[in-house]
Design a protein around this ligand. Structure first.
Ligand SMILES: NC(=O)c1ccc[n+]([C@@H]2O[C@H](COP(=O)([O-])OP(=O)(O)OC[C@H]3O[C@@H](n4cnc5c(N)ncnc54)[C@H](OP(=O)(O)O)[C@@H]3O)[C@@H](O)[C@H]2O)c1
Length: 318
């Protein structure tokens, strides 16, 4: 067996996270082994087997994914290889070794339409058993991934999340790429005025909050207080927002004038992959499983930006 005793003492369980160089993988890297694709490639059976042997985990969290939503429109096979087939291969390997698997999925499994065609500001948030009907290649490959995980490993848990961001601290922790909140803070420094879509509703979720929720889930399971095996759950920031509201709130928390952001409609920003009008995720399934809901998105946003804003101003408010 591998070096299971090299895990950091978390009081939890031995966790191996795939996609360790990504946002969620990085957020979990303090309490888990979180190798990047070079060490653990979920499309490569031998790589999966070697990593499971080396790290001897009790739990695997699959945070690896093809997340380029627009890119997937012209490369659905590439997205499927990772999001569907890679997830399925990992599930088979975990099942065969008796390893618990938490598979991370997405709000993009839904159609993106407002339920009942109502007002997105008040429409009921989406539940795990609401019908899935993805409109994008990314969403199709992620939904098929959920299905291949559960058919290979019926005791796996699917955790869908949404609108994940790390924020401006990405720079500090040397995380590649960007996310919406980090981009808004960067643009605050570069532009006087911004235009942001105000007709798409979702659940902004900080990677720290999601990582904390997943760890709480595993700790509660270890203590025998909850059992989420075989379930599909939603875990996302509380409340709801449009991208414009999120951007304005980010500006506000950063000490910038939110009125520098002009709301616009999606038709002003056509993208290769259609974006959901409505993908607000309900926390009811998470609570019903006996878990504390993730904080309201506004509270989390403060935590993600406050430290950076303070540093950016040399400790002075402006
Ligand atoms: N970002 C969001 O807004 C969002 C919303 C809802 C759900 N999710 C889901 O949440 C999970 C985590 O997302 P995230 O934002 O942390 O994604 P991310 O930052 O894009 O990270 C994904 C990671 O997966 C890695 N990866 C890709 N193919 C791989 C493979 N074959 N084997 C191993 N690793 C591979 C990537 O490595 P490279 O750097 O080498 O490409 C990347 O580091 C994903 O399941 C995603 O679908 C994300």
């Amino acid at each position: 067996m591998g070096s299971g005793d090299s895990y950091r003492p978390t009081g939890l369980v031995r966790i191996l996270v795939t996609g360790g160089r990504g946002q969620l993988g990085h957020a979990l890297s303090g309490v888990a082994h979180a190798p990047g694709r070079g060490e653990l490639n979920i499309t490569d059976h031998a790589s999966i087997a070697a990593a499971l042997e080396r790290h001897d985990p009790e739990v695997v969290i699959n945070a690896a994914a093809y997340t380029d939503v627009d890119g997937a429109e012209s490369d659905e096979a590439g997205a499927r290889a990772i999001n569907t087939d890679g997830a399925g291969s990992l599930a088979v390997a975990c099942r065969d070794r008796g390893i618990r698997l938490i598979h991370i999925s997405t709000d993009y499994v839904f159609s993106g339409e407002v339920p009942g065609g109502g007002d997105p500001a008040t429409a009921p948030a989406l539940q795990p058993d609401d019908p899935a009907a993805p409109r994008t290649a990314y969403g199709r490959t992620k939904l098929a991934g959920e299905q291949s995980v559960l058919s290979a490993h019926p005791e796996a848990t699917i955790v869908r999340t949404a609108w994940l961001y790390t924020g401006p601290n990405r720079e500090k922790i040397d995380l590649a790429g960007s996310d919406f909140v980090a981009t808004m803070v960067r643009l605050e420094r570069e532009r006087d005025q911004l235009t942001v879509v105000d007709d798409q509703w979702g659940s902004p979720t900080s990677t720290q909050a999601l990582a904390g929720g997943l760890l709480e889930m595993l700790a509660a399971e270890k203590a025998g207080r909850v059992d989420t095996r075989g379930l599909t759950l939603h875990a996302a920031g509380g409340g709801r927002a449009t991208w414009c509201e999120l951007a304005r709130e980010a500006f506000r928390r950063y000490g910038a004038d939110p009125d520098r952001i002009r709301p616009c409609s999606s038709s002003e920003f056509p993208r290769p992959a259609p974006r959901p009008t409505f993908s607000v995720l309900s926390d009811a399934s998470w609570r019903a499983a006996g878990l504390a809901p993730l904080p309201d998105w506004r509270a989390d946003l403060s935590a993600a930006i406050a430290e950076h804003a303070h540093r950016a101003r040399g400790g002075r408010d402006r």
